[in-house]
Design a protein around this ligand. Structure first.
Ligand code: NAP
Length: 190
């Protein structure tokens, strides 16, 4: 059975727990105030705000070595609603540099929480775009998504996280201006 640890118990943590449940995966939720203990999942989903990634990396870094670590952040300055300028190119690249022994993957940042809980965007299955440099790590995340009845799509190397974060920002802007609902968003029709 696939085992997942989800750090962060907010909107995305809850939605990813719903998705993992549909995939019959075992889920370990880890809250902000939990004493740092053993992370049991083979895949660790970081359902935390972008500024918390550095804290998570320093708190759990040793334990994350060798694991598939999924960054789903959209790095946005919410005071100005502008993308955060990240020297490494993306939040995921920055995380990978902070966790050189982890297998970092970018995924789920282009999906609103409600669509991951529902498993659909309108009448279509949710598309989860997955980027990373470790093909096996990427495959594990795509298999989890597919097992939940959504469609995982290989979106290329971790360098593509920069584009995924731009898509996440664009989609958020569309929802804030009410061009789309928070239950909608981008998906891929095949
Ligand atoms: N919501 C969406 O539809 C959506 C879509 C795509 C991507 N995302 C991305 O997903 C991430 C989570 O978003 P969200 O909507 O789930 O936010 P949220 O509802 O505010 O939840 C964030 C969670 O992270 C926890 N947290 C904060 N700092 C932490 C730390 N240092 N260590 C451990 N846990 C920490 C929070 O705990 P406390 O509440 O106790 O601080 C909370 O449980 C963000 O990066 C966001 O950009 C969200």
């Amino acid at each position: 059975m696939t085992s997942i640890t989800i750090i962060g118990t907010g909107n995305m943590g809850t939605a990813l727990s719903d998705l993992a449940g549909r995939a019959n995966a075992q889920v370990q939720p880890v809250g902000h105030d939990d004493e740092p203990g053993a992370l049991t999942g083979d895949i660790v989903l970081l359902a935390v705000p972008y500024p918390a990634l550095a804290d998570v990396a320093s708190r759990y870094g040793d334990q994350l070595a060798g694991k598939v670590v999924v960054d789903l952040t959209n790095p946005v300055d919410f005071e100005t609603f502008t993308p955060v300028d990240i020297e490494a190119g993306s939040a995921a690249a920055e995380l990978a540099a902070a966790l050189p022994d982890a297998r970092v993957v970018k995924a789920f940042n282009t999906n609103f929480a409600a669509t991951l809980s529902a498993g659909s965007v309108g009448d279509a299955p949710v598309t989860v775009l997955v980027a990373g440099d470790d093909p096996d790590a990427k495959r594990e995340v795509i298999d989890l998504v597919d097992a939940a009845g959504a469609q995982g799509v290989d979106a290329g190397p971790l360098a593509s996280a920069r584009q995924l974060e731009a898509v996440g920002y664009l989609q958020m802007g569309l929802a804030i201006t009410e061009a789309i609902p928070w239950t909608g968003g981008f998906t891929i029709a095949r």
